[in-house]
Design a protein around this ligand. Structure first.
Ligand code: GLP
Length: 252
């Protein structure tokens, strides 16, 4: 279905969505072996990465010429810290496929000069020719990447302060020790995100239903950063029945 310029695709289960997304990404890499991908972390994409690794193992996709940029990273963690998003990506994806290490790009949350690090990342994305396909998750509070709800949003890659709910949502990466979750992160900004040629946002589970509804049907507001995706020409919102539940109740 098409709503507010966005294509909404609904799947019966998270597994069905993850499998379809892996097939989509594999197809895009087959069509353009030099694809530049933007990648998310979080619990939602774990099954998708497992499916993509499985497709790689079956010889259906070759990542050797592809490039990746991750969306965000915590501030103050060494790249090999067990709670870092880089570690997450290594565990779930990079460690199992044939991406060239030189083509994997990450924000370094331990950089001495974080503003310079953000500027470097923007330049690096531009030098790669921009993001061809950006995959996104969705925070229950409507955030994308680490663009948190607020009175304003930042366009380019920047340092951001995490809300209490986002820190709690990420505590599992830190052995459920909330005190160990960093208070700050680096994130692609809304313009970095909206400059991607194509975007697929994946949201599953009833905890995301309200945010999905606000993203798809609500007004464009910095209180729901994901609502800015309505401005993009090529956005797909992929949901399971639980996350999409609040859409059908309202006839969308
Ligand atoms: C995290 C990440 C986001 C992610 C979101 C949802 O804080 N910064 O990029 O999409 O929150 O995470 P989950 O999939 O675990 O619900």
């Amino acid at each position: 279905m098409h709503v507010n310029g966005m294509t909404v695709r609904r799947f019966a289960t998270p597994a069905a969505a993850a499998g379809a997304l892996a097939s989509r990404v594999a197809g895009c890499v087959q069509a353009n072996p030099q694809l530049v991908l933007g990648l998310p972390t979080g619990r939602t994409p774990v099954r998708f990465y497992a499916e993509l690794v499985s497709q790689f193992r079956q010889g259906r996709v070759d990542f050797s010429r592809a490039t990746t940029f991750n969306l965000d990273e915590f501030v103050g963690l060494a790249p090999d810290h067990p709670g870092s998003y880089r570690t997450f990506m290594h565990q779930h994806f990079f460690g199992h496929v044939n991406l060239d290490r030189r083509h994997i790009h990450f924000l370094n949350g331990a950089a001495a000069n974080l503003d310079a690090e953000c500027a470097r990342y923007e330049r690096r994305i531009a030098r790669a020719g921009g993001l061809d396909l950006l995959l996104l998750g969705l925070g229950a509070n409507g955030h994308v990447g680490f663009n948190e709800p607020g009175r304003s949003l930042v366009a380019s890659t920047h340092i951001t302060r995490l809300t209490a709910t986002t820190r709690t949502a990420n505590a599992a990466l830190f052995g459920h020790q909330l005190a160990d979750v960093p208070h700050e992160a680096l994130s692609m900004g809304m313009a970095t995100i909206l400059h991607a040629r194509r975007i697929v946002l994946l949201a599953t589970g009833s905890a995301k239903a309200r945010a999905v509804r606000r993203l798809v049907l609500g007004p464009i507001t910095p209180e729901v950063p994901a609502s800015f995706l309505q401005l993009h020409r090529a956005v797909e919102v992929w949901v399971d029945d639980a996350a999409g539940g609040a859409l059908s109740e309202h006839g969308a």
